[in-house]
Design a protein around this ligand. Structure first.
Ligand code: GLN
Length: 489
C-alpha cells in the first residue's frame, strides 16, 4: 500500500503541485488506509469512495491549480454537514435515509478550493454527547486504544485523522466537540470564533453555540482549512463581517512575547495522574522556553456546566421540533392520528440522549420555569463570558487542559449522563464566551494515550491563535501513528 496517507495536508499540497503524484493516487492511498483501519476504528458512516475517485480523476484531468487552497486534498466530513446527494444522518435514526438536497456553505467552499470528500464521519446523535457512543449506528473506537472512546461528538472525525484515513476533517463544536475528541485522539482541533464560519447547511443543535471547524495533524493544516471556510455568507446572518486574517502563514511568535493565563479553576488538584504528569512537564517546558505563565481567576466558572446544559438543551428542544414525522426523515408507520404520529416518530426515531435533552430543554423553556432556569442561565452565560474576557485582558491566551482524564473505556459512562456533562467543564466555557480555541496534543501519557492542551483566545484572534499553536507544536510535534492493524509497524 502506498504511504502517501502519512503526509500532512501541506505536504500533500506540495507533492500535488509539483506533480510528484496524482490526486487519484493520493485519494486511492487514503481510501485503502481507510478500508484497512475502518473495521477496527468504525469512524465512518458512509464512505464516498466512487465519488471521491471520480472527483480526483476530474481534478487530475484539469491539472493542478495553485490558486486553490485544497486542490486534490482528501478530507472527511462529520455527518452533520449537508453534502449534495450524499447521506446526512447526524448520527440519528430520524435521518437514516436522508440525503443532502443542497450543500452546506462550508462544504461548498471546500469543494470550490478543490477538496475531495472521502467519507461522512460518525458522531453523537445531533452532536449531543462527548463520546460518539450516542450515535444511533455505531460506536467509534479510539485509534490509540480500540477499547476506548474517541471523545465526541466529532469522534469519527478525530478518529479518522488519528488513524490516517484522512489528513484533515471537518467537525462542529457546540461545547467542545472539536477540541475534546482532537485531544483524546491526539490531533489538532480548532474551534473558530462564533460568527467566523457559516452554519448554513449544518444540522442544528444549539444555534447560539454551534461552530464548524477543522481537525488535522498539524496546526498549519487547520489554518489551511479555516482559510477555505471562514467568512461572511449571505445565507447566514450570524456570520460576522469582521475582516479575515492570514490563516495560512500567521506571523511567527516570539516566546518572550507570550503570556499565557492558567485559570485556577481549570487546573484542579485532581487531574488524573497521566494528565497531571504530562501537563506538569509541559508547563515546565513552556517556562524554560521563555513563555510567561500567570494564574488567572474565573470566579463564576462553577456555574458553567449547568448554564451550558440548560441553554444548549433549550436550543436543541426547539431545533429538534422539526423531526415530527411530517416534514422529512423517519415517519412511524404505526400511528392512527397526528398526535400518535408525533409521539411514535420521536419515540422510535430519537435515541435516549436526544430525548433527555428535549425533555430538559422543554422544561426550562416552559412558562412556569423560564425565569428560574432559562433566563437565569442566559444571565450566567454573560457573567462567565465577562470572567473570561477579563482574564484575557491579563494575558494573550488562556492555557487549559482538554480533559481531566485521558480516553476512557467504551461503555463505562454511557449510563451516567451527569458525569459526562461534568466532564465538559474544560471545553464548554469557551462556547459560552464565543471566542476561538485550539487543542493540540502534548504527548502520549504514561498509559500510552494522548494528552492534549488548549489555547483560548479573544474573538476573531484565530491568526494569532494559530501562531501560538505553531509555537507549541515546535515544542510538542505531532504524535506518531497508533498501531491499529497487524500491518502497522
Ligand atoms: N458534550 C457537549 C454536549 O453534549 C458538547 C457537544 C458538542 O460540542 N457538539 O452538548
Amino acid at each position: 500500500m502506498s504511504d502517501l496517507w502519512r503526509l500532512s495536508l501541506a505536504q500533500m499540497a506540495q507533492g500535488l503541485q509539483k506533480r510528484e503524484f496524482k490526486v487519484t493516487e493520493l485519494v486511492a492511498a487514503c481510501l485503502s488506509r481507510l478500508r484497512q483501519t475502518e473495521p477496527a476504528v468504525e469512524a465512518c458512516l458512509a464512505v464516498l469512495g466512487d465519488a471521491a475517485l471520480s472527483q480526483a480523476d476530474a481534478l487530475d484531468k484539469a491539472g493542478p491549480d495553485p490558486n486553490q487552497l485544497l486542490w486534490g486534498l482528501p478530507l472527511t466530513i462529520k455527518d452533520v454537514f449537508l453534502l449534495q446527494g450524499a447521506p446526512t444522518t447526524a448520527g440519528s435514526r430520524e435521518l437514516a435515509n436522508y440525503h443532502g438536497v443542497f450543500e452546506a456553505t462550508v462544504v461548498e467552499r471546500l469543494r470550490a478550493q478543490g477538496a475531495v470528500f472521502l467519507a461522512k464521519t460518525n458522531c453523537d446523535e445531533f452532536a449531543m454527547g462527548s463520546t460518539t457512543e450516542f450515535s444511533a449506528f455505531q460506536a467509534t473506537h479510539n485509534p490509540w486504544a480500540l477499547d476506548r472512546v474517541p471523545g465526541g461528538s466529532s469522534g469519527g472525525a478525530a478518529a479518522s485523522v488519528a488513524a490516517g484515513q484522512a489528513p484533515g476533517a471537518l467537525g462542529t463544536d457546540t461545547g467542545g466537540s472539536i477540541r475534546q475528541p482532537a485531544g483524546l485522539c491526539g490531533c489538532v482541533g480548532l474551534k473558530p470564533t462564533y460568527g467566523r464560519v457559516s452554519r448554513y447547511g449544518i444540522v442544528a443543535y444549539g444555534s447560539s453555540f454551534d461552530q464548524a471547524g477543522p481537525l488535522a495533524r498539524t496546526v498549519a493544516d487547520c489554518g489551511r482549512i479555516l482559510a477555505a471556510i471562514a467568512g461572511p455568507d449571505e445565507r447566514d446572518a450570524t456570520v460576522a463581517r469582521v475582516p479575515l486574517d492570514d490563516y495560512l502563514s500567521p506571523p511567527p511568535l516570539q516566546p518572550h512575547e507570550l503570556v499565557l493565563g492558567l485559570p485556577k479553576q481549570l487546573w484542579p488538584e485532581d487531574l488524573s495522574p497521566p494528565v497531571a504528569e504530562t501537563l506538569a512537564a509541559a508547563r515546565r517546558e513552556l517556562t524554560a522556553a521563555g513563555v510567561r505563565l500567570i494564574e488567572v481567576d474565573l470566579p463564576r466558572l462553577r456555574y458553567a456546566v449547568a448554564a451550558y446544559y440548560i441553554l444548549a438543551s433549550a436550543e436543541a428542544s426547539s431545533n429538534l421540533a422539526r423531526y415530527d414525522g411530517a416534514r422529512y426523515g423517519f415517519r412511524s408507520p404505526e400511528s392512527r392520528d397526528l398526535l400518535e404520529l408525533y409521539a411514535q416518530t420521536r419515540r422510535v426515531g430519537l435515541g435516549p440522549e436526544a430525548r433527555r435533552r428535549i425533555l430538559l430543554g422543554t422544561f426550562v423553556l416552559s412558562s412556569g420555569y423560564y425565569d428560574a432556569y432559562f433566563r437565569k442561565a442566559a444571565q450566567v452565560r454573560r457573567l462567565i463570558a465577562e470572567d473570561i474576557a477579563s482574564a484575557l485582558e491579563k494575558c494573550h491566551f488562556l492555557l487549559v487542559p482538554v480533559s481531566a482524564i485521558p480516553a476512557w473505556p467504551l461503555g463505562s459512562l454511557l449510563e451516567d449522563p451527569l458525569t459526562l456533562y461534568q466532564m465538559d467543564l474544560m471545553t464548554l466555557p469557551l462556547n459560552l464566551y464565543g471566542g476561538p480555541g485550539l487543542s493540540k496534543p502534548v504527548a502520549l501519557g504514561p498509559d500510552n494515550l494522548p494528552v492534549g492542551i488548549q489555547l483560548w483566545g479573544r474573538p476573531f484572534a484565530e491568526a494569532s491563535l494559530l501562531a501560538a499553536g505553531t509555537f507549541l507544536e515546535n515544542l510538542w510535534p505531532p504524535l506518531g501513528w497508533p498501531r491499529i492493524s497487524s500491518q502497522d509497524g
